[in-house]
Design a binder for this molecule. Structure first.
Ligand SMILES: C[S@@+](CC[C@H](N)C(=O)[O-])C[C@H]1O[C@@H](n2cnc3c(N)ncnc32)[C@H](O)[C@@H]1O
Length: 231
C-alpha cells in the first residue's frame, strides 16, 4: 500500500519539499542531532527522494538510503547527481524486511517515514537498528509525533488543527473528518506520541534518550547504542 501511495506522490513530494518550512526545520534538526563527521557511515530509513540523504551525504563517507518506492529512489538519484554525490547506496525495500550486518553503521536516521509503519514494526526496527549500529552509534528520528490526545501536547496540537481547519468552512470540516478517520483507523498514518517514542527507544536498549518538539506536530527523538554491552 505504501509503495503504491508514495510512487503516486513521489514527484509532488520532491517538488514541494524545498518550499516546506516545517519539513526543512525537521531535516535541519535531524542533521544537527546526528552530529556526523566525514568518516562516518549512515543509514537513512524511508529516504524518499533524498531530503535528508543529500545533506548527510555531503557531510559523511557513505549513506545507505532505503525506501519502498522505486519512483522516490529514481528521484533520489537525480538529486544526487545534481549535487555530484557518488557516496550513496540506494535500496528499494520495505523497512519491515530490511536487514543489515551487525555493527555496520555509525548513525541511523529517519525523517517523516516511520509513522507509516505499524507499531509492532516500529519496535522491531528499533531493535534491529540497535544491532546495526556500532557501539556508541546514534539513532535520530524526526517524525510526525502525535498520540490520541493522551497528553497536553497532543491535545494542544489537535485543538490547534481543529481550530485552523474549522475556520475554513465545509472544506475544512471535511478535512477534520478525514484526518480523524485516518488517525483513528491507523491504516496509513500511525504516529506515536513523543513520550511513546522515548519509551520505545529506552525499551529497545538505547541510552541517553531525549525528545523535543521541532515545530507543531513534528518531533525529534534520539538515543545512543551503549558503547559497551553491560557485563
Ligand atoms: C513523507 S515521505 C518522507 C521522505 C523523506 N524522508 C523526507 O524527509 O522528505 C515518507 C517516505 O517513507 C517511505 N515509506 C513509507 N513506508 C515505508 C516502508 N514501509 N518501507 C520503506 N519506506 C517507506 C515512502 O515511500 C516515502 O518515500
Amino acid at each position: 500500500m505504501q509503495r503504491r501511495r508514495w510512487s503516486r506522490r513521489a514527484q509532488s513530494w520532491n517538488d514541494g519539499a524545498a518550499t516546506n518550512p516545517g519539513l526543512s526545520a525537521t531535516i535541519d534538526a535531524v542533521v544537527a542531532a546526528a552530529t556526523v563527521s566525514s568518516h562516518m557511515t549512515v543509514l537513512d530509513m524511508g529516504c524518499g527522494s533524498g531530503q535528508l540523504t543529500v545533506p548527510l551525504a555531503l557531510r559523511v563517507a557513505h549513506v545507505t538510503a532505503v525506501d519502498v518506492s522505486a519512483a522516490m529512489i529514481e528521484l533520489l538519484h537525480e538529486n544526487l547527481s545534481r549535487e555530484g554525490l557518488a557516496n550513496v547506496t540506494s535500496r528499494v525495500e520495505a523497512l519491515e524486511r530490511l536487514t543489515l550486518p551487525p555493527s555496520s553503521v555509525d548513525v541511523v536516521v529517519s525523517n517523516y517515514a516511520l509513522h507509516h509503519l505499524a507499531d509492532v514494526e516500529k519496535r522491531r526496527l528499533l531493535d534491529a537498528a540497535l544491532v546495526w549500529l556500532r557501539p556508541g552509534g546514534r539513532i535520530v528520528i524526526g517524525d510526525l509525533m502525535l498520540g490520541r490526545g493522551g497528553d497536553a501536547r497532543d491535545r494542544a496540537i489537535i485543538a490547534e488543527k481543529v481550530l485552523v481547519l474549522g475556520r475554513r468552512g465545509p472544506g475544512g470540516w471535511w478535512r477534520i473528518c478525514k484526518n480523524a478517520w485516518r488517525f483513528a483507523a491507523r491504516t496509513t498514518e500511525r504516529p506515536l506520541s513523543m513520550d511513546s517514542w522515548e519509551r520505545a527507544l529506552c525499551d529497545a536498549g538505547f541510552t541517553e534518550v531525549a525528545a523535543r518538539t521541532i515545530v507543531s506536530e513534528a518531533g525529534l527523538v534520539h538515543g545512543k547504542r551503549p558503547a559497551a554491552d553491560p557485563g
